[in-house]
Every structure is written in structure tokens, then in C-alpha cells.
Ligand binder design. Sequence first.
Ligand code: EPZ
Length: 422
Amino acid sequence: MDSLIIEGPSKLSGKVEVSGSKNSALPLLFASILFNEKVTYENIPRLWDVETTLKLLEMMGCGTEWDKEGGRVSIIPRVTSQIAPYEQVKKMRAGILALGPLVAKYGDAKVSLPGGCAIGARPVNYHIDALRKMGVTVEVEEGYIHASIKGKLIGTEILFPEVTVTGTENLLYVGAIAEGTTVLQNAACEPEVVALGEFLVSCGAKITGLGTQTVTIQGTPLVAPTKPIRVPPDRIEAGTWVSIALATRSQLEISGCDAAQMTSVLAAFRQMGAKIEEVNQGTTLKVIPVEKYSPLHIETAPYPGFPTDMQAQILTLLCLAEGRSTVVESIFENRFMHVAELQRLGAKIEVNGNVATVEGPVKFQGAPIMATDLRASACLVLAGLISKGTTKVSRIYHLDRGYQRLDEKLCRLGAKITRVAE
Ligand code: EPZ
């Protein structure tokens, strides 16, 4: 397992390019299962989760080609096995996204229950209930979801009890092919869901309401894409870079963004006093250093609210604000694992249920700390950059799951980070 040794405090400067979105790339890659012909992708980020997704597709019989440097992937979707095994799905909960396409295309799927992770139990009951409403027989046995349908998938109205990103995505795959009309109520509005929906529309799907809480899908046969699908930018990586620039008080230029997808994140930072310029139609963000940050009350929420995947990053930044802040984690039941690690660096944070109270400003002192989940690992690297002395962040594989060589990008901006294998 790798660790990062970070010498702080670090001043950064220069330009950084945001990679393709992990949470967009994964559902788009699984969508290849819906076709018989080769599907090609561009701007695929170089991440462990992409590696795991391609392995899952290969285990189903698909051919895959991955030009890691060029960010191009091709899938030859000759599915011979409709099984998504535990050994891969346990590494990446997004493996549940094999369920919808396999049921839609083959009427049969055996997908491992994802299992929980550091941030929560990650149940998939909403996915299962929705498929059952579509006429799919779903049994959960020995840790696997067995889904099958004898006749045709029939469109119907689905109300999600809670906004679910991958649940909405799974039902987009199925609704696009089912007979009749499928209406998703309380659908997720995340840009990654919209990107998947728009891709399906480009293949002939009849979908309206994408990006709103009511999505209507008229089932129809799909036509395989003839040109490469370009993965949109990663709004969470972009937000992470802004938080790094703000925390280290560095002048950074962050390109490959889409500011229109970051309104709540940028608003929160600006409310703290940050100076962030949007240039080139919001595809580049320029962060101008400021000395003082104001405290904030922030609650995570489904899009377009403040994203839970940015909670750890803003929590770390609020340790530098002048006064008391509160951060409410409304999406996952256990997404404050990074607090104990930040406290080891000197953070003054108290967690009570799903509310973290932060006193600032504090000066961090370097110490050994441990990454617990993907976005937490980014906040710990951020914390190491602003700590005085040496910070060693272990279990950095969490970081590599969702960020394309963040340490290398940081070193190019002037950070002093070495990666050590242990
Ligand atoms: C997606 O996870 C993202 N992953 C997560 O990003 C992100 O944090 C999350 O959405 C929320 O935005 C991918 O897109 C691959 P949910 P997902 O279903 O779809 C509960 C990252 O860092 N729920 O929207 O699994 C669930 O427990 C990852 O890249 C049920 O109870 O999340 C949670 O409390 C982490 N039953 C809430 O709903 C279900 O069947 C939202 O979960 C489904 C969800």
C-alpha cells in the first residue's frame, strides 16, 4: 500500500488541468453493455475505478482496449456471462451499474451486492424495488442480486424514496429499452446522470426532463454510437483543486472545468471570502489568494445542493476560517471518518451525529495520518500541504481510486510530496 510524505506548509503556483469525471465515466462505460457494436470513449481518467470497471466488463466476456496516456477506451460488448462477481464489485460500489444494462439487454443479471464502505452501508434497495416495479423478478441470495425477466420490460412510474444517483442511472438504462413509458419521480439531477441520459438520447432514446426531478423515458430500440463519447470534466476534482488553492493561499489556474456545474461549491467558497474568477466561459477558474476566511454553515444535499463529495474538503478549509463553522452531512451516515485524522494535525472539530462543528483558525502540525475513503484522502493531502513539518498519509490507494495522480499534479505546482510503497 502506498503512502504520501508531504512537507508543509506548501505554496503552489501555476496551472492544472482537471481530468474526466470518474462518476460520469463509470456509468458511460457500463452503458456499452446495451449494444452489440464497439463503443469508444475519450477523456477517460486514469483511475483504479476505471481499471475495476474494465475488469468487470472483461469478466462478462467484453473486449476492452485502454490507451491510458491518451485517455481513450474501446469496449467490444460481446457479453457471454451476465455475472458481476463480488471480487470486483466489493472494490467499487459502482459495480451495481452492471445491473441495469444486463437486465435491459439480456433480461438476466447476477450482480454482487456492493457491500458497505467507510462512508456508509450503501444499500441498493431502491434499485431493487424499482426493477421489481418494472416486472423484473429480483431475488437476493448469498450476497448476490439475481434479476431476471421472462416477458418484456414494461415502463411504469417509479418514485424513489430518496434521491439516488446510481439508482436513477440504472433505471435510465432499463427505461430506455422497456416497452412504453417510464417516469422517474424524485430522480437525481447530478450532471453525471444528465451526461448518461444525453448519451442514451444520442443513441435514439426518448428521454425528457433530464436534470429535473421528473424524468420521462419512452422505450425504444437503441442504435450504437458511431463516434467516440467524450467524458465531461470532473466537477469534484475541480472543486478539490479550488479548495487546495484556497487552503494553501496559492494563485492557481484550474482548466478543464465547467463552472455551471459548480455553482453551490463556488458560492460556498465565495461566502467564505474567496476570490475566484471564471474565465473562458467558465472552463477555467482563477483563484486569487486572500488572507482571511469567514466561517460558514453548510449542509450537503443532492445536486444542485452542496455535494457530499466536497464535504471533507470544505471541512478542512473551514479549519482556517476566523470563527465557528458547522457542516451537516445529510447524505451518508458515516462520512466524518476524516475528522479523527484532521484532529491529529491539530484541527478543532467536534462531531455530533451528522453535524461537525469547526473552530478556527488553527495552525496544523504535521503527523502520520490514514486515508479512509476516496474524498477524505484528498482532504488529508490538502491538510498535509498546510501543516508545518512532515505529514505521512497512508492507504493512499483510496486517493488513486478517484484522482488521476493528484500527487504528481501537486508536485508540478511546487508541492514537496514523495510517494513511498510499503
Ligand atoms: C453516487 O453514489 C456517487 N458514486 C458517490 O460518489 C456520491 O457520493 C453519491 O452518489 C451521492 O452524490 C457514483 O456515482 C459512482 P446514492 P451512490 O445512491 O449512487 C441511500 C465518490 O466519492 N440509498 O445517491 O451509491 C444511500 O445510502 C462516490 O465518487 C439507499 O438507502 O449514492 C445514501 O445515503 C462516493 N438505498 C443516499 O441514498 C439505495 O438503494 C444517496 O445515495 C440507494 C441509495
